[in-house]
Write a protein that binds this ligand. Sequence first.
Ligand SMILES: CC(C)(COP(=O)(O)OP(=O)(O)OC[C@H]1O[C@@H](n2cnc3c(N)ncnc32)[C@H](O)[C@@H]1OP(=O)(O)O)[C@@H](O)C(=O)NCCC(=O)NCCS
Length: 150
Amino acid sequence: MSAIRMAGEDDIRAIEPLMAAFNRAEGIAWHPPTMVPALRRLLREPDLGLVLLAHDARAEAAIGYALATFGFDLEFAGVDAFLTELYVTPDQRGHGVGSRLLLAMMDALRTRGAGAVHLMVRPENETARALYGRAGFETVPRVMMTRLLT
Ligand SMILES: CC(C)(COP(=O)(O)OP(=O)(O)OC[C@H]1O[C@@H](n2cnc3c(N)ncnc32)[C@H](O)[C@@H]1OP(=O)(O)O)[C@@H](O)C(=O)NCCC(=O)NCCS
């Protein structure tokens, strides 16, 4: 049975391989020299967001994580959040760990005062879309656009 808890700086070594696998699977370049310091900053500054870690006590191993960051939007009367990463190791999937991480993250974000949580998911990722749908997420009629500012 896995336990879900808030991750701290001491968990970076446990999270890093999971994060590398998530980014690989999502087709996002995993660049530790910039991304690990950003993760460390997130874990140090709770106002930025939070990471939840699923831990298998028997195997003494991290088996999944969820990561969300905060924003601010008048539409949601203040603080909102973006779930940027949700990952469970392939050998542990299909046992409810992903759903539990998602529900625990929604509870944690509510407790921190977020009025809504958003996410992006690839259209072909049917497992994740079904999981999000069961948790009450709805598709919004908008297209996500990004412009680098660097
Ligand atoms: C998406 C992801 C996090 C789901 O994790 P998971 O732990 O397998 O999720 P769950 O077990 O809660 O749900 C998956 C399936 O198992 C089923 N399930 C849940 N609890 C179960 C249980 N106790 N026994 C049997 N099946 C169960 C669910 O009904 C669901 O079925 P579905 O495939 O028909 O929808 C995981 O597949 C993953 O890490 N994928 C790669 C990364 C990714 O795509 N992340 C999301 C990107 S936005």
